[in-house]
Design a protein around this ligand. Structure first.
Ligand code: 5GP
Ligand code: MG
Length: 177
């Protein structure tokens, strides 16, 4: 698996250090407020599990499946959200994402959840590719800005592979071209 990775972009240690900081920042921002953290599956599962462990107060957790349909490594713009069973009314929702690329997935999620009357909505993403943005998004917490490369690992896949790598790496182009 590792020989299909061009280079390591963010090491395990860098991830851990940054996620500790993000957890502290969220703790400070919600000092007197309950938190409802929503994990967007599947890509965010590893980040989510590490992040909530670094928020030093009770956090309600929920999970939701969202898929942006891909042609190879390009998002088609079609976003499907599995909307059942997440009751956010009156909650301080923090949407936890793996990566923001065009912004279409998050725009669809935010539009959906706004209608369900949460007390507040914030967005936390591990990775952000600002150069690729098509839909503007207000992002409250960003782990790392990354260049316009297709990245895998630490939850992120290509064709359902590489999610269990402990680091973020750039996939060799020959794998997907
Ligand atoms: P957006 O809707 O912002 O274009 O795309 C967001 C989704 O596309 C992410 O949640 C992720 O699933 C996928 N995605 C975007 N860029 C990458 C990337 O570099 N690597 C991987 N593995 N997935 C990506
Ligand atoms: Mg995703």
């Amino acid at each position: 698996m590792n020989d299909e990775i061009e280079s390591v972009l963010i090491t395990k240690e860098e991830l851990s250090e940054r996620i500790t900081q993000l957890g502290q920042q969220i703790y400070d921002d919600y000092i007197d407020e309950p938190i409802f953290a929503l994990c967007i599956l599947r890509g965010s599962f590893m980040f989510f599990a590490d992040l909530v462990r670094n928020i030093g107060k009770p956090v309600e957790v929920a999970f939701l499946h969202a898929a942006s349909y891909f042609e190879g490594t390009e998002s088609s713009g079609h976003v499907e959200i599995d909307k059942h069973m997440v009751d956010v009314s009156g909650k301080n929702l923090i949407i936890i994402e793996d990566i923001i690329d065009s912004g279409r997935t998050l725009a669809a999620l935010i539009e959906h959840f706004k209608e369900l009357n949460p007390n507040s909505i914030k967005v936390c993403t591990l990775l952000d590719k600002p150069e690729r943005r098509v839909v503007p998004i207000d992002v409250d917490y960003v782990g790392f800005e990354v260049p316009d490369e297709f990245v895998v690992g630490y939850g992120l896949d290509y064709d359902q592979k590489y999610r269990n790598l402990p680091f973020i790496g750039i996939l060799k182009r020959e794998i997907y071209s």
